[in-house]
Design a protein around this ligand. Structure first.
Ligand SMILES: Nc1ncnc2c1ncn2[C@@H]1O[C@H](COP(=O)(O)OP(=O)(O)OP(=O)(O)O)[C@@H](O)[C@H]1O
Ligand SMILES: [Mg+2]
Length: 332
């Protein structure tokens, strides 16, 4: 997917406006940037955006996914090799560092790099030099280095798995990406954008999501962040119905008693409490319904409420008392 427009990437939330300001300041200067954030928060998109806004935008953007390269091959993949460096090295091959010449080298999941290679990377960052495997002399490159990780590097340093000196080198500017839960106000904008992208890609009509579904999305805890949202929207566009996403949003909603409320906008205590009460009641009713084998009359009597009251509460909580794959569904 190409880079989304600025208003979709940065949205309206405070956390992302800090990101935007930093990005605008650092893009033009050849200084290393470390992007930190949980899985799926958009680290790669931000790295690409920095490249696109830099003076090297016409140069290559070379991504190295550190954990994806088998251990023994990382060094030669990154730094290249000379003919005869090892069995099978029949010619000289440039590594990814060299292919990023006059462009950006994006080192994804940097914490996975083993200590020996961290030392080589440190040399690259210090004086722009590196030594291909089996070479007699160092080579020089001009690259902008951006690193990303979803790990806590301070902890890695304490455990001795990440070099402190390298950390200082890569962390000249640090961009911390907020989780999707911290930017719930941005969910509708991102949804609209992704619906458009995937309705064109899959050649399907894409109807706007209902207000109720968007509200559910804003309450959901999104452990997989924007990547999870993207998959959800893909499913919605392909299957064409909101039911396709309801179960995920309702069954995995944070089960804690404190509801997931948007923390970056104003809220109405009364409204949120009423909503939480309804959901809580819905959950209890579902549990009892399940225990009573989906017999609504028996469930009502077990709950000490009238049958009519049960039906009303089910409706209010947006729950259908139909049995679906062993679980009841939140209706839309
Ligand atoms: N603001 C956004 N609007 C729309 N899509 C986005 C946005 N940010 C990220 N995405 C999409 O979400 C997915 C995850 O983004 P990206 O790969 O940049 O995250 P990441 O932090 O590198 O994830 P991981 O830790 O899993 O590698 C990508 O498919 C990307 O296109
Ligand atoms: Mg990534």
């Amino acid at each position: 997917m190409s880079i989304p427009p600025d208003q979709v990437i940065f949205g309206l939330s405070e956390g992302m406006s800090v990101v935007r300001q930093k990005l605008e300041k650092v893009a033009a200067a050849n200084i290393p940037v470390l992007i930190q954030g949980a899985s799926g928060t958009g680290k790669e998109i931000i790295a690409k955006l920095i490249h696109a806004r830099s003076p090297w935008e016409s140069g290559p953007f070379v991504k190295v996914n550190c954990p994806a390269i088998p251990g023994t091959l990382v060094e030669s993949e990154l730094f290249g090799y000379e003919k005869g460096a090892f069995t099978g090295a029949n010619g000289t091959k440039p590594g990814r560092v060299e292919s990023a010449q006059n462009g950006t080298l994006f080192l994804d999941e940097i914490a996975e790099l083993e200590l020996g290679l961290q030392a080589k990377l440190l040399q690259l960052l210090q004086d722009g030099q590196f030594c291909p495997v089996g070479a007699q002399e160092d080579k020089k490159v001009d690259v902008r280095v951006i690193c990303a990780t979803n790990r806590n590097l301070t902890e890695e340093i304490e455990q001795g798995t990440f070099r402190q000196d390298l950390f200082y080198r890569i962390n000249v500017v640090n961009i911390q990406l907020p989780s999707l839960r911290e930017r719930t106000a941005d969910i509708p904008g991102i949804c609209d954008f992704l619906r458009e992208v995937y309705s064109v890609k899959f050649n399907r009509p894409s109807r706007p999501l209902s207000a109720r579904k968007l509200e559910m999305m804003q309450r959901y805890h999104w452990p997989g962040n924007i990547r999870e949202l993207e998959n959800l929207i893909k499913r919605y566009v392909i299957l064409g119905t909101e039911d396709a996403i309801t179960v995920e949003l309702s069954t995995s909603t944070n089960s804690s008693l404190i509801p997931d409320i948007p923390i970056d906008g104003s809220i109405s205590l009364k409204k949120v409490t009423r909503q939480a009460m309804r959901e809580f009641e819905g959950k209890i009713i579902l549990k009892i319904l399940q225990a009573q084998n989906w017999n609504r009359k028996r469930a009502a009597s077990a709950l000490n409420i009238s049958y009519r009251a049960l039906l009303y509460k089910l409706k209010e909580a947006g729950v259908s008392a139909r049995k679906t794959n062993g679980q009841a569904q939140q209706k839309e």
